[in-house]
Design a protein around this ligand. Structure first.
Ligand code: ACO
Length: 405
């Protein structure tokens, strides 16, 4: 019999009783109706709509509604949803004191993990995850409060006062206001910059069963509080092979420092004996241009022009790397196209967002994807996630008292 307590799984594996698929490269962990990806053709659909249509004809809050509820809102539903989100933008005042405990130069992702996890302490007893309405309110709270918490992480690192949300502004403008506004002077977000930010949010809203979404599902499969599950997703996103890549892109550009050194770094990336990789290139699923990267490449051109920073040295290095990756045999044959992180990193840098905040912005945008997957799982029959392993350790052996070892 195959039960949870079977110790010696190797014979089972040999008998084909379970699959062994490190990295889950060919294993579907769930069914889902939310997002479809065809990595070979470079297709990304949310609830059946192409990411290109959503990025050019919709906006982030509408995409949030689509991902969570499964259909595009009509005008009245959209207005009501926007108002509901605005209603929840503030965080409990005592949450602000959590930030006092963080060192001023703590990484903002560390603070975000802690702050979002702490939300579970504010909304625990009042939350029954089996209740559809309670799940919905948790989703609204998360989408609404993420910009506030993300901006608080930044303000704490500067030692500046937190800015309360401004509900007269749209979602992206309000985030920019809380990031860059101060109580001392008037700050009005640049509409073109806000549009680019909204597009970055839209393009990062969901991407089916990536590492962080799978983490949220796995954590949620035990019935844990959704805010704690999202905090687990944030932790997973932090790594440089996942959401941390946009930060790593800028660090790499800084390390290259000058166009004259590009060839040296490209040679390192191609050297099989050097672990160095060009950050912002390649994708586990896309073996064609990531459609999000293609959209963001356009936004990138627009924003750099709008802000008049096309000639900045780092951005020139980025442009040259992009040319190389699209023409060099090594990258072309391995289908290592610039990915979404490459362009989002460049845009965020041009907007003036500090590098350490890049992954925080990714987390903010991805929160709706995480909570939509969590909701989809909780609202249908599901089992606790419990992967097996292929044991490669010692056979059973005799215990020796310490004096005989
Ligand atoms: N630079 C140089 N070579 C690379 C790169 C890169 N960025 N990415 C992959 N390769 C090479 C590998 O060395 C390997 O070469 P080989 O066949 O000669 O051994 C080949 O391309 C295939 O690479 P894998 O590691 O098998 O690809 P995998 O699908 O496991 O990795 C990943 C995908 C992690 C994204 C990888 O391309 C990478 O590390 N990229 C840089 C980090 C990055 O930008 N991450 C962001 C991902 S997008 C996101 O999270 C939204």
């Amino acid at each position: 019999t195959v039960g949870p307590d079977v110790l010696d799984v190797a014979p089972l594996a040999k008998a084909g009783m379970f699959t062994f698929d490190p990295g889950f490269v060919a294993t579907a962990s769930t069914e889902s109706k939310i997002t479809y990806i065809d990595g070979t053709a470079g297709v990304l659909l949310h609830r059946g709509y192409t990411i290109q249509d959503l990025a050019s004809k919709s906006d982030y809050l509408e995409v949030c509604f689509l991902l969570y509820y499964g259909y595009l809102p009509n005008a009245q539903q959209k207005a009501e949803f926007t108002n509901t989100i605005k209603h929840h933008t503030m965080v409990h005042e005592s949450l602000t004191s959590f930030f006092d405990g963080f060192h001023h130069n703590a990484h903002p992702m560390a603070m975000l993990c802690g702050a979002v996890g702490a939300l579970s302490a504010f909304y625990h007893d009042v939350m029954d995850i089996r209740d559809e309405r309670d799940r919905e309110i948790a989703a609204h709270r998360l989408v609404a409060k993420m910009p506030t918490l993300a901006a608080m992480c930044y303000k704490h690192s500067l030692g500046q006062p937190f800015m309360y949300p401004r509900n007269d502004l749209n979602y992206a403008s309000n985030f920019l206001y809380m990031m860059f506004g101060t109580p001392c002077e008037q700050y009005e977000p640049n509409p073109a910059v806000a549009r680019a930010m909204d597009r970055i949010f839209t393009l990062h809203a969901d991407h089916e069963q990536n590492a962080s979404t799978s983490t949220v599902r796995l954590a949620g499969s035990s019935g844990a509080n959704p805010f704690a599950c999202i905090s687990a997703g944030i932790a997973t996103l932090w790594g440089p092979a996942h959401g941390g890549a946009n930060e790593a892109v800028l660090e790499m550009l800084n390390e290259i420092g000058d166009e004259s050194r590009i060839d040296e770094f490209v040679a390192r990336a191609k050297d099989p004996n050097d672990p160095f990789r060009l950050m912002g290139f390649g994708h586990r699923v896309y073996r064609n241009m990531d459609p999000r990267a293609a959209v963001l490449k356009e936004s990138c051109d627009e924003v750099l022009k709008e802000l008049g920073v096309e000639d900045e040295p780092l951005l020139r290095i980025a442009r040259r790397l992009e040319e190389i990756a699209l023409s060099d045999e090594y990258f072309v044959s391995r289908k290592l196209f610039p990915n979404v992180d490459f362009y989002s990193g460049i845009i965020l840098k041009a907007i003036g967002i500090p590098t350490s905040m890049f992954t925080v912005i990714f987390a903010l945008a991805r929160t709706v994807g995480w909570i939509s997957h969590w909701h989809e799982m909780i609202s249908s029959p599901h089992k606790i996630g419990r992967p097996r392993q292929l044991y490669t350790g010692e056979d059973q052996r005799d215990f020796q008292p310490v004096e005989k070892r």
